[in-house]
Ligand binder design. Sequence first.
Ligand code: SF4
Ligand code: SF4
Length: 83
Amino acid sequence: MSKNWYPVINYSKCNNCGKCVENCNFGVYDKDQYPKPEVINIEGCIEGCNGCANLCPNGAIKYRDTRESGYCGPGCSCKGGCC
Ligand code: SF4
Ligand code: SF4
């Protein structure tokens, strides 16, 4: 579990296919918002897991490692654009 590694969605590339929301079993995404990916639990994400990015057909998911690149996450107004 990590606060340092979590998905950041680039909504300009995302087409709401829902694959990331469906396939993460760690409560990182809000299943109630399916198929839209809403990251609600960054601490649930497994450091080094690339599962949802590997499934994404549009390259819309990157990971933020706060130790190396500063804070970005839920609430950040960039919506993934600065990542
Ligand atoms: S990287 Fe893995 S644990 Fe983290 S949100 Fe994606 S599928 Fe879930
Ligand atoms: S897998 Fe990619 S395109 Fe599909 S909902 Fe998730 S971020 Fe969007």
